[in-house]
Design a protein around this ligand. Structure first.
Ligand code: FAD
Length: 382
Protein backbone atom coordinates (compact mmCIF):
# COMPACT_ATOMS: atom_id res chain seq x y z
CA UNK A 1 0.00 0.00 0.00
CA UNK A 2 1.25 3.53 -0.73
CA UNK A 3 2.28 5.89 2.08
CA UNK A 4 -0.66 7.83 3.51
CA UNK A 5 -1.56 11.47 3.52
CA UNK A 6 -1.34 12.26 7.23
CA UNK A 7 -3.28 15.09 8.86
CA UNK A 8 -2.30 16.06 12.41
CA UNK A 9 -5.39 17.44 14.14
CA UNK A 10 -9.12 16.69 14.00
CA UNK A 11 -10.48 20.18 14.60
CA UNK A 12 -12.44 22.00 11.92
CA UNK A 13 -9.26 22.35 9.83
CA UNK A 14 -8.30 18.66 9.92
CA UNK A 15 -11.76 17.17 9.40
CA UNK A 16 -12.80 19.69 6.75
CA UNK A 17 -9.62 19.09 4.80
CA UNK A 18 -10.20 15.32 4.99
CA UNK A 19 -13.78 15.78 3.76
CA UNK A 20 -12.72 17.99 0.83
CA UNK A 21 -9.87 15.61 -0.04
CA UNK A 22 -12.18 12.61 -0.14
CA UNK A 23 -14.46 14.39 -2.62
CA UNK A 24 -11.49 14.38 -5.03
CA UNK A 25 -9.53 11.26 -4.09
CA UNK A 26 -11.12 8.12 -2.70
CA UNK A 27 -8.02 5.94 -3.13
CA UNK A 28 -5.04 7.42 -1.27
CA UNK A 29 -4.75 6.11 2.29
CA UNK A 30 -5.67 8.86 4.74
CA UNK A 31 -4.70 8.99 8.41
CA UNK A 32 -5.79 11.59 10.95
CA UNK A 33 -3.91 11.79 14.24
CA UNK A 34 -5.18 13.74 17.21
CA UNK A 35 -4.03 14.33 20.76
CA UNK A 36 -7.67 14.67 21.87
CA UNK A 37 -10.65 12.30 21.74
CA UNK A 38 -11.28 12.93 18.02
CA UNK A 39 -14.94 13.80 18.39
CA UNK A 40 -16.19 16.08 15.64
CA UNK A 41 -17.71 19.33 16.82
CA UNK A 42 -18.03 22.95 15.75
CA UNK A 43 -15.74 25.01 17.96
CA UNK A 44 -17.80 28.24 17.66
CA UNK A 45 -20.56 26.39 19.55
CA UNK A 46 -18.33 26.32 22.64
CA UNK A 47 -19.30 29.91 23.36
CA UNK A 48 -23.05 29.40 22.97
CA UNK A 49 -23.40 26.10 24.86
CA UNK A 50 -24.63 27.45 28.20
CA UNK A 51 -27.33 29.61 26.63
CA UNK A 52 -28.50 26.60 24.61
CA UNK A 53 -28.10 24.32 27.63
CA UNK A 54 -25.86 21.85 25.79
CA UNK A 55 -23.20 19.82 27.52
CA UNK A 56 -20.13 18.46 25.71
CA UNK A 57 -22.01 15.35 24.54
CA UNK A 58 -24.78 17.59 23.22
CA UNK A 59 -22.25 19.55 21.13
CA UNK A 60 -20.56 16.44 19.72
CA UNK A 61 -21.57 15.95 16.09
CA UNK A 62 -19.88 12.58 15.46
CA UNK A 63 -17.67 10.07 17.27
CA UNK A 64 -14.22 9.38 15.76
CA UNK A 65 -15.31 5.92 14.56
CA UNK A 66 -18.15 7.43 12.55
CA UNK A 67 -15.77 10.05 11.16
CA UNK A 68 -13.30 7.34 10.11
CA UNK A 69 -16.04 5.51 8.26
CA UNK A 70 -17.40 8.64 6.63
CA UNK A 71 -13.92 9.71 5.48
CA UNK A 72 -12.63 6.23 4.61
CA UNK A 73 -9.71 7.08 6.85
CA UNK A 74 -8.01 5.94 9.99
CA UNK A 75 -8.43 8.24 12.98
CA UNK A 76 -5.92 7.74 15.78
CA UNK A 77 -7.18 9.42 18.95
CA UNK A 78 -5.35 10.32 22.18
CA UNK A 79 -2.16 10.16 20.14
CA UNK A 80 0.28 13.04 20.35
CA UNK A 81 2.79 13.60 17.57
CA UNK A 82 6.09 14.40 19.24
CA UNK A 83 8.33 15.20 16.30
CA UNK A 84 8.55 15.48 12.54
CA UNK A 85 11.45 14.73 10.25
CA UNK A 86 10.61 16.33 6.90
CA UNK A 87 13.90 15.20 5.34
CA UNK A 88 12.80 11.57 5.63
CA UNK A 89 9.02 12.18 5.33
CA UNK A 90 8.59 10.75 8.77
CA UNK A 91 6.82 11.73 11.97
CA UNK A 92 7.32 10.56 15.51
CA UNK A 93 4.86 9.46 18.16
CA UNK A 94 7.18 8.87 21.10
CA UNK A 95 9.48 6.05 20.04
CA UNK A 96 7.30 5.00 17.10
CA UNK A 97 7.72 6.52 13.67
CA UNK A 98 5.59 6.63 10.58
CA UNK A 99 6.33 7.49 6.95
CA UNK A 100 3.97 9.78 5.05
CA UNK A 101 3.41 10.75 1.43
CA UNK A 102 2.28 14.26 2.46
CA UNK A 103 1.91 15.69 5.93
CA UNK A 104 -0.59 18.38 6.94
CA UNK A 105 -0.24 20.31 10.17
CA UNK A 106 -3.73 21.21 11.44
CA UNK A 107 -2.76 21.25 15.10
CA UNK A 108 -4.36 24.56 16.04
CA UNK A 109 -3.42 27.11 18.67
CA UNK A 110 -3.19 26.92 22.42
CA UNK A 111 -4.56 29.22 25.09
CA UNK A 112 -2.01 31.66 26.46
CA UNK A 113 -1.23 30.97 30.06
CA UNK A 114 -1.16 33.68 32.69
CA UNK A 115 1.15 33.62 35.70
CA UNK A 116 -1.10 33.43 38.77
CA UNK A 117 -0.24 32.83 42.39
CA UNK A 118 -2.34 31.24 45.10
CA UNK A 119 -3.39 27.80 46.25
CA UNK A 120 -6.27 27.66 43.73
CA UNK A 121 -4.18 28.61 40.67
CA UNK A 122 -4.96 25.18 39.24
CA UNK A 123 -8.67 26.10 39.25
CA UNK A 124 -8.19 28.28 36.20
CA UNK A 125 -10.14 26.73 33.32
CA UNK A 126 -9.64 27.18 29.60
CA UNK A 127 -12.18 26.37 26.89
CA UNK A 128 -10.47 25.82 23.57
CA UNK A 129 -11.79 22.37 22.70
CA UNK A 130 -14.73 20.11 23.46
CA UNK A 131 -12.96 18.34 26.32
CA UNK A 132 -12.05 21.67 27.96
CA UNK A 133 -15.67 22.76 27.60
CA UNK A 134 -16.81 19.54 29.25
CA UNK A 135 -14.42 20.00 32.20
CA UNK A 136 -15.46 23.62 32.69
CA UNK A 137 -19.15 22.79 32.47
CA UNK A 138 -18.78 20.09 35.09
CA UNK A 139 -16.88 22.46 37.39
CA UNK A 140 -19.62 25.10 37.30
CA UNK A 141 -22.53 22.67 37.52
CA UNK A 142 -24.79 23.89 40.34
CA UNK A 143 -22.53 26.92 40.95
CA UNK A 144 -23.50 30.56 40.72
CA UNK A 145 -20.71 32.92 39.84
CA UNK A 146 -18.00 32.78 37.18
CA UNK A 147 -15.13 35.18 36.66
CA UNK A 148 -13.78 35.58 33.11
CA UNK A 149 -10.20 36.65 32.47
CA UNK A 150 -9.85 38.62 29.26
CA UNK A 151 -12.08 41.06 27.38
CA UNK A 152 -11.38 39.93 23.83
CA UNK A 153 -13.87 38.40 21.41
CA UNK A 154 -14.01 35.02 23.15
CA UNK A 155 -14.18 36.54 26.66
CA UNK A 156 -17.15 38.69 25.60
CA UNK A 157 -18.91 35.71 24.01
CA UNK A 158 -18.39 33.66 27.20
CA UNK A 159 -19.76 36.56 29.28
CA UNK A 160 -22.93 36.72 27.19
CA UNK A 161 -23.34 32.95 27.10
CA UNK A 162 -22.76 32.32 30.80
CA UNK A 163 -25.22 35.11 31.63
CA UNK A 164 -27.82 33.45 29.42
CA UNK A 165 -27.04 30.20 31.21
CA UNK A 166 -28.04 31.81 34.51
CA UNK A 167 -24.60 32.62 35.96
CA UNK A 168 -23.50 35.84 37.60
CA UNK A 169 -20.50 36.98 35.56
CA UNK A 170 -17.54 39.23 36.34
CA UNK A 171 -14.86 40.08 33.77
CA UNK A 172 -11.32 41.18 34.50
CA UNK A 173 -8.93 42.51 31.85
CA UNK A 174 -5.98 44.92 31.83
CA UNK A 175 -7.39 47.14 29.06
CA UNK A 176 -9.56 50.22 28.84
CA UNK A 177 -12.28 48.83 26.57
CA UNK A 178 -13.71 45.53 25.34
CA UNK A 179 -12.04 43.91 22.30
CA UNK A 180 -9.36 46.62 22.03
CA UNK A 181 -7.62 44.93 19.12
CA UNK A 182 -10.82 44.78 17.06
CA UNK A 183 -13.12 47.67 17.87
CA UNK A 184 -13.23 51.45 17.93
CA UNK A 185 -14.11 52.72 21.38
CA UNK A 186 -17.74 53.62 20.54
CA UNK A 187 -18.52 50.10 19.28
CA UNK A 188 -16.82 48.61 22.34
CA UNK A 189 -18.96 50.83 24.57
CA UNK A 190 -22.10 49.56 22.82
CA UNK A 191 -21.14 45.93 23.53
CA UNK A 192 -20.22 46.86 27.10
CA UNK A 193 -23.68 48.40 27.56
CA UNK A 194 -25.31 45.22 26.27
CA UNK A 195 -23.31 42.96 28.58
CA UNK A 196 -23.85 45.22 31.59
CA UNK A 197 -27.59 45.21 30.92
CA UNK A 198 -27.38 41.42 31.29
CA UNK A 199 -25.75 41.92 34.68
CA UNK A 200 -22.09 41.36 33.71
CA UNK A 201 -19.73 43.31 35.98
CA UNK A 202 -16.58 44.59 34.28
CA UNK A 203 -13.24 45.33 35.90
CA UNK A 204 -11.17 46.92 33.12
CA UNK A 205 -7.64 47.90 34.10
CA UNK A 206 -6.39 45.49 36.76
CA UNK A 207 -4.88 42.02 36.35
CA UNK A 208 -5.59 38.95 38.43
CA UNK A 209 -2.68 38.37 40.80
CA UNK A 210 -3.84 35.63 43.09
CA UNK A 211 -6.49 32.92 43.11
CA UNK A 212 -7.14 31.15 46.37
CA UNK A 213 -9.66 28.95 48.08
CA UNK A 214 -12.08 30.64 50.46
CA UNK A 215 -14.69 29.26 52.84
CA UNK A 216 -17.35 29.18 50.11
CA UNK A 217 -15.58 28.84 46.79
CA UNK A 218 -12.77 30.95 45.44
CA UNK A 219 -11.35 34.38 46.11
CA UNK A 220 -9.70 36.43 43.39
CA UNK A 221 -7.22 39.19 44.22
CA UNK A 222 -6.76 41.92 41.62
CA UNK A 223 -3.76 44.20 41.18
CA UNK A 224 -5.85 47.26 42.14
CA UNK A 225 -6.53 45.78 45.58
CA UNK A 226 -10.06 44.49 44.89
CA UNK A 227 -11.09 41.05 46.09
CA UNK A 228 -13.87 39.20 44.28
CA UNK A 229 -15.59 36.01 45.41
CA UNK A 230 -16.54 33.51 42.72
CA UNK A 231 -17.02 29.79 42.10
CA UNK A 232 -14.82 29.33 39.03
CA UNK A 233 -12.45 31.26 36.78
CA UNK A 234 -12.17 30.79 33.02
CA UNK A 235 -9.28 32.28 31.11
CA UNK A 236 -9.78 33.77 27.65
CA UNK A 237 -6.66 35.89 27.35
CA UNK A 238 -5.74 34.89 23.82
CA UNK A 239 -4.36 32.09 21.68
CA UNK A 240 -0.90 31.27 20.38
CA UNK A 241 -0.49 29.16 17.23
CA UNK A 242 1.36 25.91 17.92
CA UNK A 243 4.75 26.26 16.24
CA UNK A 244 7.25 24.46 18.50
CA UNK A 245 7.32 21.07 16.73
CA UNK A 246 7.54 22.79 13.35
CA UNK A 247 10.39 25.03 14.50
CA UNK A 248 12.22 22.04 15.99
CA UNK A 249 11.93 20.29 12.63
CA UNK A 250 13.52 23.28 10.89
CA UNK A 251 10.34 24.59 9.23
CA UNK A 252 10.01 28.35 8.86
CA UNK A 253 7.82 29.81 11.61
CA UNK A 254 6.78 33.30 12.52
CA UNK A 255 3.56 33.99 14.44
CA UNK A 256 2.32 30.70 12.94
CA UNK A 257 3.79 27.98 10.76
CA UNK A 258 4.76 29.90 7.63
CA UNK A 259 3.02 28.71 4.44
CA UNK A 260 2.57 30.14 0.97
CA UNK A 261 -0.75 30.35 -0.83
CA UNK A 262 -0.48 26.70 -1.80
CA UNK A 263 -0.38 26.06 1.96
CA UNK A 264 3.16 24.69 1.58
CA UNK A 265 5.57 25.07 4.47
CA UNK A 266 9.25 25.71 3.84
CA UNK A 267 9.72 21.96 3.37
CA UNK A 268 8.41 19.83 0.51
CA UNK A 269 5.44 17.57 1.29
CA UNK A 270 4.57 19.39 4.54
CA UNK A 271 1.55 21.69 4.54
CA UNK A 272 -0.35 23.62 7.21
CA UNK A 273 -3.79 25.22 7.64
CA UNK A 274 -6.13 26.41 10.36
CA UNK A 275 -5.19 28.25 13.54
CA UNK A 276 -1.56 27.09 13.41
CA UNK A 277 -0.86 28.42 9.91
CA UNK A 278 0.35 31.82 8.79
CA UNK A 279 -0.84 31.98 5.20
CA UNK A 280 1.09 34.47 3.08
CA UNK A 281 1.62 36.54 6.24
CA UNK A 282 -1.94 36.18 7.63
CA UNK A 283 -2.70 34.17 10.76
CA UNK A 284 -6.50 34.41 11.00
CA UNK A 285 -8.03 32.35 13.80
CA UNK A 286 -11.48 31.98 12.28
CA UNK A 287 -13.54 29.38 10.45
CA UNK A 288 -14.00 31.07 7.06
CA UNK A 289 -10.27 31.22 6.24
CA UNK A 290 -9.67 27.60 7.21
CA UNK A 291 -12.57 26.45 5.01
CA UNK A 292 -11.06 28.29 2.04
CA UNK A 293 -7.69 26.68 2.83
CA UNK A 294 -9.24 23.20 3.14
CA UNK A 295 -10.81 23.46 -0.33
CA UNK A 296 -7.60 24.71 -1.96
CA UNK A 297 -5.30 22.24 -0.20
CA UNK A 298 -7.57 19.29 -1.04
CA UNK A 299 -7.08 20.11 -4.72
CA UNK A 300 -3.32 20.48 -4.31
CA UNK A 301 -3.06 17.14 -2.49
CA UNK A 302 -5.10 15.53 -5.28
CA UNK A 303 -2.62 16.65 -7.91
CA UNK A 304 -4.03 20.02 -9.00
CA UNK A 305 -1.98 22.71 -7.24
CA UNK A 306 -4.40 25.48 -6.17
CA UNK A 307 -3.66 28.72 -4.40
CA UNK A 308 -6.01 29.87 -1.67
CA UNK A 309 -7.79 33.21 -2.03
CA UNK A 310 -9.37 35.11 0.86
CA UNK A 311 -12.20 37.50 0.16
CA UNK A 312 -13.32 39.84 2.92
CA UNK A 313 -13.64 37.96 6.22
CA UNK A 314 -16.21 39.73 8.44
CA UNK A 315 -16.70 38.14 11.86
CA UNK A 316 -20.07 37.89 13.57
CA UNK A 317 -19.43 38.09 17.30
CA UNK A 318 -21.87 36.00 19.34
CA UNK A 319 -22.98 38.67 21.81
CA UNK A 320 -26.74 38.76 21.27
CA UNK A 321 -26.99 41.27 24.13
CA UNK A 322 -25.51 43.66 21.57
CA UNK A 323 -25.23 42.18 18.06
CA UNK A 324 -21.80 42.89 16.56
CA UNK A 325 -20.21 42.29 13.16
CA UNK A 326 -16.67 43.44 12.56
CA UNK A 327 -14.31 43.41 9.63
CA UNK A 328 -10.96 44.85 10.69
CA UNK A 329 -8.96 46.76 8.03
CA UNK A 330 -6.40 44.52 6.24
CA UNK A 331 -2.96 44.53 7.79
CA UNK A 332 -0.74 47.37 6.70
CA UNK A 333 -3.61 49.45 5.23
CA UNK A 334 -3.89 52.81 6.94
CA UNK A 335 -7.37 54.21 7.34
CA UNK A 336 -9.50 56.70 9.22
CA UNK A 337 -12.50 55.68 11.31
CA UNK A 338 -15.73 57.64 11.22
CA UNK A 339 -18.39 56.74 13.73
CA UNK A 340 -22.12 57.38 13.55
CA UNK A 341 -24.94 56.45 15.87
CA UNK A 342 -25.24 56.26 19.60
CA UNK A 343 -25.98 53.87 22.42
CA UNK A 344 -26.33 50.30 21.16
CA UNK A 345 -26.47 51.21 17.46
CA UNK A 346 -23.03 52.12 16.16
CA UNK A 347 -21.86 52.28 12.56
CA UNK A 348 -18.09 52.68 12.48
CA UNK A 349 -16.46 52.69 9.04
CA UNK A 350 -12.78 52.76 8.19
CA UNK A 351 -11.85 54.40 4.85
CA UNK A 352 -8.50 54.94 3.16
CA UNK A 353 -7.32 58.34 1.89
CA UNK A 354 -9.13 57.83 -1.43
CA UNK A 355 -12.43 57.00 0.25
CA UNK A 356 -12.38 53.21 -0.29
CA UNK A 357 -13.89 51.16 2.52
CA UNK A 358 -11.23 49.16 4.42
CA UNK A 359 -13.23 47.78 7.33
CA UNK A 360 -16.14 48.29 9.67
CA UNK A 361 -17.64 47.60 13.06
CA UNK A 362 -21.44 47.50 13.27
CA UNK A 363 -23.45 47.07 16.45
CA UNK A 364 -27.14 46.82 17.31
CA UNK A 365 -29.50 47.65 14.45
CA UNK A 366 -26.53 48.76 12.28
CA UNK A 367 -25.56 45.10 11.69
CA UNK A 368 -28.29 45.03 9.03
CA UNK A 369 -25.96 47.01 6.78
CA UNK A 370 -23.27 44.34 6.71
CA UNK A 371 -24.26 42.67 3.43
CA UNK A 372 -24.21 45.93 1.50
CA UNK A 373 -20.88 46.91 3.09
CA UNK A 374 -19.31 43.48 2.52
CA UNK A 375 -19.54 44.06 -1.22
CA UNK A 376 -17.31 47.14 -0.85
CA UNK A 377 -14.63 45.53 1.34
CA UNK A 378 -11.18 44.74 -0.06
CA UNK A 379 -10.12 41.11 -0.42
CA UNK A 380 -7.54 39.94 2.11
CA UNK A 381 -5.66 37.63 -0.27
CA UNK A 382 -6.74 38.48 -3.81
C1 FAD B 1 -14.95 29.56 22.16
C2 FAD B 1 -14.60 29.82 20.73
C3 FAD B 1 -15.55 30.37 19.88
C4 FAD B 1 -15.24 30.64 18.55
N1 FAD B 1 -16.19 31.19 17.74
C5 FAD B 1 -15.89 31.42 16.45
C6 FAD B 1 -16.89 31.98 15.56
O1 FAD B 1 -18.01 32.28 15.96
N2 FAD B 1 -16.55 32.16 14.26
C7 FAD B 1 -15.31 31.86 13.78
O2 FAD B 1 -15.05 32.04 12.58
N3 FAD B 1 -14.35 31.35 14.58
C8 FAD B 1 -14.62 31.12 15.90
N4 FAD B 1 -13.65 30.59 16.71
C9 FAD B 1 -12.35 30.21 16.12
C10 FAD B 1 -12.47 28.88 15.36
O3 FAD B 1 -13.32 28.01 16.05
C11 FAD B 1 -11.07 28.29 15.16
O4 FAD B 1 -10.37 29.18 14.30
C12 FAD B 1 -11.06 26.90 14.54
O5 FAD B 1 -11.99 26.04 15.15
C13 FAD B 1 -9.65 26.32 14.62
O6 FAD B 1 -9.64 25.01 14.12
P1 FAD B 1 -8.29 24.18 13.98
O7 FAD B 1 -8.70 22.86 13.41
O8 FAD B 1 -7.26 24.97 13.27
O9 FAD B 1 -7.73 23.98 15.46
P2 FAD B 1 -8.29 23.11 16.68
O10 FAD B 1 -9.75 23.00 16.65
O11 FAD B 1 -7.66 23.68 17.90
O12 FAD B 1 -7.71 21.65 16.42
C14 FAD B 1 -6.39 21.32 16.69
C15 FAD B 1 -6.26 19.82 16.66
O13 FAD B 1 -4.87 19.46 16.70
C16 FAD B 1 -4.68 18.45 17.69
N5 FAD B 1 -3.28 18.53 18.13
C17 FAD B 1 -2.59 19.58 18.63
N6 FAD B 1 -1.31 19.25 18.84
C18 FAD B 1 -1.18 17.94 18.48
C19 FAD B 1 -0.10 17.02 18.45
N7 FAD B 1 1.14 17.36 18.82
N8 FAD B 1 -0.35 15.76 18.04
C20 FAD B 1 -1.59 15.37 17.63
N9 FAD B 1 -2.64 16.22 17.61
C21 FAD B 1 -2.43 17.48 18.03
C22 FAD B 1 -5.72 18.77 18.74
O14 FAD B 1 -5.95 17.65 19.56
C23 FAD B 1 -6.91 19.10 17.82
O15 FAD B 1 -7.50 17.92 17.34
C24 FAD B 1 -13.95 30.34 18.06
C25 FAD B 1 -12.97 29.80 18.92
C26 FAD B 1 -13.30 29.54 20.24
C27 FAD B 1 -12.25 28.98 21.17
Amino acid sequence: MSDPVVIIGTGLAGYNLAREFRKLDSETPLLLITADDGRSYSKPMLSTGFGKNKDADGLCMAEPGAMAEQLQAQVWTHTRVTGIDPGHRRLWIGEESLVYRDLVLAWGAEVLSVPIEGDAADQLFTVNDLQGYGRFRQAVEGKRKVLILGAGLIGCEFANDLSLGGYAVEMVAPCEQLMPALLPVEAAAAVQGGLEALGVRLHLGPVLNRLQYAANGLEVHLSDGQTIACDAVVSAVGLRPRIELAAAAGLAVNRGVVVDRLLRTSHAHVYALGDCAEVDGLNLLYVMPLMACARALAKTLSGAPSEVAYGAMPVTVKTPACPLVVSPPPRGREGRWTVEGSGADIRALCHDARGALLGYALTGSAVQERLALNRQLPTLLG
